[in-house]
Write a protein of this length. Structure first.
Lengths: 447, 172
């Protein structure tokens, strides 16, 4: 079955107050193939943090869609990103997740590349009787088309036809700032990593971060744990916000261009936030607005592959599409460089407790994603109804909170916590339509 | 202090039995008996890999899969399982643990044992109709105040750390 026109999958009629997403968007393997081609391979993707590449020759390997990529700092200190595939027979030239290497040597025939991607050795080249045509070709690793960074976050694009990174990020820069400016000494990824897969489409994790509605049901057991900890029982070292006290807080969301969005919550107990002990310094350095926003719980999406979230502690979570119903997640916890040991430990306990695959929240999310994926097999049903909360309170452009932060969203919404807005999902799906439509029509992704 | 050969053998036998009980109680969902194998001030630690070859070495400065300073952290997991409100545990996976290669890490003493073990956990996830084998190795410090031995420290290393969805204490 040929996929239909991209617009037909998203029933987006603002004048009627309607936003619905067709189930096939999560379940059709042909659409998934087109997403890889027209979304992941044609726009900016988050790759890594510069702090992971602190020294010359440090490297990390990652993927843009399915394309294996090496990101490396060369001898002169410049960061480059290359397709992780040997020019000779195509093997990856680096098998490791991260490390330090002056040279990446292909294990198959020994072709070697330096940390700037330049070919420095073709084994037995002199005796090879290569024709002149071979010598005329470049044998270097192929650099990806665009590479740039903002606040230490490194982004790359396989397509040259993308807007400049800063234009592409737009107001998402503010939410990146809220993560990366928490310390005057900079922020770093805490060593250690968790990688896990779920049986569900990649967009489910993307949406989950924009979905406060699920929290008190899917994470109901966590509420029972929190109740114990209030009484001083259980793992009190990991204790964070008292979720019972959230009942009177305000919640809001913004839609931004290029598929980005963010949800925020006010916090009833700012003193329990990891950032709280640093707030005086932050206020003095950055002013009151950013300080106030750092206290809020936030969950921003960089479309298509990164969640910039601070529900509990600031994290960066990437989602990698493997197949239509299989997705790999990696979560990193970031922290101030030189953080006092007791605060570092508390941050770790809170992260492990909530975000880890052995924690209290993520396991419940990913198992319900599997339920959704199973449910998508049902026939005789088309559009989902999970994108409508908050539409009645939608304001075009910026609301007061956005104006106060100097933000220019396409739309804003705000309400009582139990409004549990779902409008944070709209921007990603509108960008999904735009990129898929452009790809299917043979047009460039960006004007 | 030299320990009599007979006393050392008794300690080893008790330690091996404790590790077997720990595995059996998890598989049989005898949660209270499982918890009682741990000292109230026990340390339970599952480090993460930082990449291919290195484990995190300090739970206070590096990320762990799980780290609990005290049995309360384990009790929380049991509260969650019993709450019936965690989608990740509905239905609860069924597991079979096998524990072997138990060796002393230091000469057995009458009131302290340091052991290493290798373990596998075959887990059946009814939700996915799928089976996964978690495997790894563990280091224990066991103490005895008199007749009963308890786990004072457990460090368990999940070797295949590309986790399908989620893990809980019964997967390790």
């Amino acid at each position: 079955m040929r996929p239909r026109a991209a617009q037909s999958y998203i029933d987006d009629r603002p004048e009627d107050g309607v936003f619905r997403v067709h189930r096939d968007v999560y379940a059709d393997p042909e659409l998934f193939e087109l997403e890889i081609k027209y979304i992941f391979e044609r726009t900016w993707n988050f790759l890594t943090l510069e702090s992971e590449l602190a020294k010359p020759h440090d490297f990390v390997t990652t993927h843009i869609g399915r394309t294996p990529v090496i990101v490396a700092r060369d001898a002169k200190g410049k960061i480059g990103a290359f397709l992780n595939t040997c020019r000779h027979k195509g093997a990856t030239v680096c098998r490791f997740e991260k490390g330090n290497a002056k040279f990446h040597v292909c294990l198959y025939h020994g072709w070697a590349y330096d940390s700037a991607g330049k070919n420095v050795s073709i084994k037995q080249r002199e005796a090879a009787d290569y024709a002149a045509a071979f010598d005329a070709e470049s044998h270097d690793l192929i650099p990806i088309a665009r590479l740039d960074s903002y606040q230490g976050l490194v982004f790359g694009s396989l397509s040259p036809d993308v807007p400049p990174l800063l234009d592409h990020l737009g107001d998402l820069k503010f939410f990146i700032d809220l993560h990366m400016e928490q310390s005057p000494n900079g922020m770093e990824i805490i060593p250690g990593r968790v990688a896990y897969t779920y049986r569900g489409n990649w967009k489910m994790q993307l949406e989950n971060g924009q979905d406060p509605y699920h929290v008190d049901t899917a994470h109901g057991s966590f509420m029972a744990i929190a109740e114990r900890r209030r009484k001083g029982q259980g793992n009190v070292a990991a204790r964070e916000l008292d979720w019972q006290k959230r009942n009177n807080v305000q919640i809001g969301a913004y839609e931004f261009p290029f598929g980005h969005s963010s949800v925020w919550h006010e916090v009833a107990e700012p003193e329990r936030r990891a950032v709280y002990p640093m707030l005086d310094e932050i206020r003095a350095r950055l002013g009151p607005v950013k300080a106030e926003w750092m206290v809020k719980q936030r969950n921003a999406v960089f479309f298509p592959n990164l969640q910039i979230a601070d529900q509990i502690v600031p994290i960066l979570r990437t989602f990698r599409p493997i197949s239509v119903d299989l997705t790999e997640l990696r979560s990193n916890v970031i922290a101030p460089v030189g953080e006092p040991p007791e605060r570092r430990a508390a941050r770790l306990r809170q992260f492990e407790d909530f975000v880890n695959p052995g924690g209290y929240a993520t396991p419940d999310d990913v198992t319900v994603f599997a339920d959704c994926q199973t449910g998508f097999s049902a026939t005789g049903v088309d559009f989902l109804q999970g994108y409508a909360r908050g539409i009645g309170a939608l304001e075009r452009g910026a609301n007061d909170e956005a104006r106060g932060a100097g933000l220019h969203p396409l739309a804003s919404v705000k309400g009582h916590r139990t409004q549990n807005t779902e409008i944070g999902t709209h921007a990603p799906f509108r960008e999904w339509v735009r990129l898929m439509e452009a790809g299917m029509a043979g047009r460039k992704a960006y004007a | 202090m030299m320990v009599e050969a007979g006393a050392a053998a008794d300690s080893m036998a008790a330690g091996i039995e404790l590790l077997h009980r720990e595995a059996a109680y998890l598989d049989e969902q005898r949660w209270d008996e499982w918890l009682a194998l741990f000292a109230p001030d026990c340390e339970f630690w599952a480090p993460t890999w930082t990449g291919e070859g290195r484990l995190t070495t300090n739970p206070q400065t590096e990320l762990s899969l799980m780290y609990f300073a005290g049995r309360g952290g384990l009790e929380d997991r049991i509260v969650r399982i019993r709450s019936g409100r965690s989608p990740a545990a509905l239905p609860l996976p069924r597991t079979t643990h096998m524990v072997g290669n138990i060796l002393p890490l230091e000469p057995p003493q009458s009131s302290r044992l340091r052991l290493r073990s290798s373990w596998t956990c075959h887990a059946f996830f009814p939700l996915m109709n799928a089976t996964h084998i978690f495997f790894g190795r563990a280091e224990y410090e066991l103490t005895s105040g008199g007749t009963d031995w308890v786990i004072a420290k457990k460090k368990t290393i999940l070797e295949n750390d590309r986790i399908p969805m989620a893990i809980d204490i019964y997967c390790l």
